[in-house]
Design a protein around this ligand. Structure first.
Ligand code: UDX
Length: 460
């Protein structure tokens, strides 16, 4: 099949490359950003995603090309919209980029078009887009058939997830859209699950909200376990052994982040609140959000607990080393990363603290997010943070002279650091492991060691 992809962000690029190189379709990806398209034409991925670069330059599979022009995708059997649908301040979804895709297609089409929305959008979006299309004269002679095909690709393992999908959700309201989508995913026909477009859209929101709920559930037990000296990881493993619950997404941590969970939960919460008068239906999602906001700051509570100055009634002006800026390992994405929340909160408490951050691949994105980003929330952030936060090139530089070190992102390479050396480089000896990933026994012989969800161990 000939597939046109609009938007070369995480979703569009991974999907486009995999449709071509894994499922053997002929794919054209378009984006309005010329710099991105130029990079892709040169065989370089603008994002870090394991396995993506080698597929991008692979000779196998169907053709794969890149362009900035809608004209190049007008003869495609399917056009798949993968542009951003960001969250607005009230939690609702901003559909202007999706709408602009529909308008661009409507302006150039000369025959029926089959348009799939892969971006995560709320129920009702397709009706709205049908209305947008109906305003164009071409709608009198041709139709734009919409369908939904949500993605479930995790950042950092998106290519692997594409190769081994748990399910492919096809949300089509007309037989031809369904037929075309089934043909695209013919290699995964046993995994295809066909539903209405609205059900498909809700499946995406409900899946992410449910996973976020699991995380907040386990995180809601952190303080209680600390109080009662219970190892929460043992509890998580114990409940996860029940197949009705399952072991995944029960790892206690500094809240969930990333580009999907926070946004999808906020959007579903907003939609439910505005669709029903019965407010209590929505309480669970609001609670999940609140617990997450609190969990994100767990490392800060530990810092304050250890470095509170009774005389000034605030946090001492200490030096803090942070390991990890990405919202999870194997990605350079810092969106809604707990590191950002913690940095914000630490400076909020005492603007004289000094923070050094090291991430194996997300340093640039982190600094960009803090200082250059123009979105509302980060603007506020950079005003508060000032320039007392720096990114350094190694973990050892980040910990040098630090009074306290916080491990934020569970990068496997942090397991291999020389912790005796870290102890020598530090000014203090407090170590906060927000992922509880290090050897508790060994760490507590060196440090005043805190691991999330585990009883605190004083230095032996
Ligand atoms: C998510 C969904 O999993 C994916 O299906 C969807 O399409 C996109 O959104 P992603 O945002 O890449 O993927 O990250 P994911 O691996 O799901 O992790 C989300 C957050 O939850 C991370 O901040 C992670 O650290 C946190 N998490 C995950 C926990 O705190 N505990 C866990 O047990 C699992």
């Amino acid at each position: 099949m000939k597939i046109g992809i609009i938007g070369t962000g995480y979703v569009g690029l991974v999907s486009g490359v995999c449709f071509s190189k894994v499922l053997n379709h002929d794919v054209i990806c378009i984006d309005y950003l010329e710099s991105k398209i130029d990079m892709l034409k040169n065989g370089k991925s603008p994002i870090f995603e394991p396995g993506l670069n080698s597929l991008l330059t692979s000779e196998k599979g169907g053709t794969l090309s890149f362009s900035t022009h809608y004209a190049d995708i007008m003869d495609c059997d399917l056009i798949i919209i993968c542009v951003g649908a960001p969250q607005q301040e009230n939690g609702s979804t901003d559909l202007r980029y999706i709408e602009s895709c529909v308008r661009n297609i409507a302006e150039q089409m000369t025959h029926d078009m089959y348009v799939v929305i892969k971006s995560t959008v709320p129920v009702g979006t397709i009706d709205r887009m049908r209305h947008v299309f109906s305003q164009y004269p071409i709608s009198e002679t041709c139709n734009m058939y919409f369908s939904s095909n949500p993605e479930f690709l995790k950042e950092g393992s998106a290519v692997e997830d594409f190769l081994n999908p748990s399910r492919v959700v096809i949300g089509a309201d007309d037989p031809e859209s369904k037929r075309r989508l089934l043909e695209v995913y013919d290699a995964y026909k046993d995994k295809c699950y066909c539903v209405s477009s609205s059900a498909a859209q809700l499946i995406k929101y409900a899946a992410n909200s449910f996973l976020a709920t699991k995380i907040s559930f386990i995180n809601s037990l952190i303080s209680y376990c600390e109080e009662r000296n219970i190892n929460l990881q043992e509890v998580a493993t114990g409940i996860g052994l029940d197949p009705r619950i399952g072991p995944n997404f029960l790892q206690p941590g500094p809240g969930y982040g990333g580009s999907c969970f926070p946004k999808d939960l906020a959007s579903l919460s907003y939609e439910i609140e505005h669709a029903t008068e019965d407010r209590p239906d929505n309480c669970i999602l609001e609670a999940v959000k609140e617990i997450n906001n609190k969990s994100k700051l767990w490392p800060v509570y530990k810092v304050v607990e250890n470095f509170y100055d009774e005389n000034t009634c605030t946090l001492k002006p200490i030096t803090i080393g942070i390991l990890g800026a990405a919202f999870k390992a194997f990605t350079d994405d810092v969106r809604c990363s707990s590191t950002i929340d913690c940095v914000y909160e630490l400076f909020n408490i005492n603007k004289n603290v000094k923070i050094k951050v090291f991430d194996p691949i997300a340093n640039n994105n982190f600094i960009h997010y803090l200082y250059d980003n123009t979105d509302i929330s980060s603007k506020k952030l950079s005003e508060r943070v000032g320039y007392n936060v720096t990114c350094v090139d190694t973990a050892y530089e980040a910990v040098t002279d630090a009074d306290v070190v916080i491990l934020m992102t569970p990068w496997p390479e942090f397991l291999a650091l020389n912790y005796s050396k870290i102890k020598c480089l530090m000014n203090g000896n407090t170590f906060i492991d927000a992922r509880a990933m290090l050897d508790e026994q060994a760490m507590s012989t060196l440090f005043n060691y805190y691991a999330i969800g585990k009883p605190h161990r004083e230095k032996n």
